[in-house]
Design a protein around this ligand. Sequence first.
Ligand code: SAH
Ligand code: SF4
Length: 422
Amino acid sequence: MLIFQSLTKTELSDALLPLSEAREERDLARISDDLERKLLLSKIEKKKRKQAEMRAKQLFHWVYQRYVTDYDQMTDIAKDVRSWLKENVRIFRLEETFSKQSDDGTYKFLWKLNDTKTIESVIIPAALKEKIGEEVVEALSDGKRYAGIETDRVGLDRELDSDSWARLTACISSQVGCAMACKFCLTGVQGLDRSLDVHEVVTQVHELRMRAPITNIVFMGMGEPLHNVKNIAKACQILLDEDGMNFSKRKVTVSTSGLVPGIDELYQSTDVSLAISLNASTDEQRSQIMPVNKRWNIDQLLDACRRVPLGGHRRITFEYVMLKDFNDSIEDAHRVARLLKGIPAKVNLIPFNEHPGADFKRPEDETVMRFQRTLLNQGYTTTVRISRGRDILAACGQLRSLFGTARGTEKHRDYGKSAEHA
Ligand code: SAH
Ligand code: SF4
């Protein structure tokens, strides 16, 4: 049995090809001339392929744009095709075991996978329309693309309505746990259980879109996306399909701790945005908190960033988790500025989210702002992410650990120049 959400449109079309028919097939028996036969065969082949492609398109519309999960409701698909689909292609659903909205509107979801393992996704609302100018709303909201959802989505909540928010970011998991063992990260402490399949990644977004008009996707939930790069690259292709969810490449961001070969591989098959968890200003410092740096150091990582084919005015986001008295000095800020020279970069500072048993502390707000000012003065667009959802124990990995088996809900707030809204 195939799973719908694991298929690209081309793969779905290939699977549907044997079901395609062309009227001309009846004429084949009458034709004996070899050349004529060949020509007709190629015409038939072309027609059948076109029909399969058309059906794959229609199915993508039904599932990803109209949220229909029952083939019987797909009235423009031939009956025999529908019964074949019922037998052979399952439309996957994730079981919601827990969801909670915190006071500020951040929504957290815990999903149960088929093997009873759990993962989490988070919806982070940002840019309350009442508070931002019309111009920004226009720049941010994808009114047209989401027009169809208004009436179709379920679990509708005022707080997650596109009337209220210009941006609703879905934070998605790529693995159950993580193998990278970063010292400051709760998921890292837990270790890797397994990587997620393509359909488990795509369906997180699909399920969230049934509940809210998601505008952006970030792979910043559990796991290291590039440690599962084949599945993540394919999931991105599906997320970007114009007949499906139709996300723009600018609105899908893969965040990595620095798996250099994965960066190159990702860009061989997709063209989404990139975030790098830099988190330190020297190799020595970075190796202390991120074992991956011992294999691929900062130079190698930044070289990989320079190879990324970023068209237009896209920039790479450099995330920097701020750890008190460890990487939060002015000297660190100056070194970061030097490292990033020549790379189209913006910086996102993330004050450490404390969790029980952590060796690190969160710096004072003043320290964070000083660090930000230093980078701003060097010409880098720099934003500070402030943690949210503390009332539901929503720091990285904490929800999942609470349930014995999930990840941070955070919001972006600009203290300085606005990068997030660019
Ligand atoms: N594995 C990927 C994506 C998931 S982590 C990566 O590391 O990039 C997403 C972001 O959360 C990373 O930038 C990571 O450095 C940060 N992070 C992890 N634990 C954190 C914590 N306790 N406080 C603040 N940020 C944290
Ligand atoms: Fe894994 Fe990212 Fe956590 Fe490091 S910060 S352990 S790569 S999830």
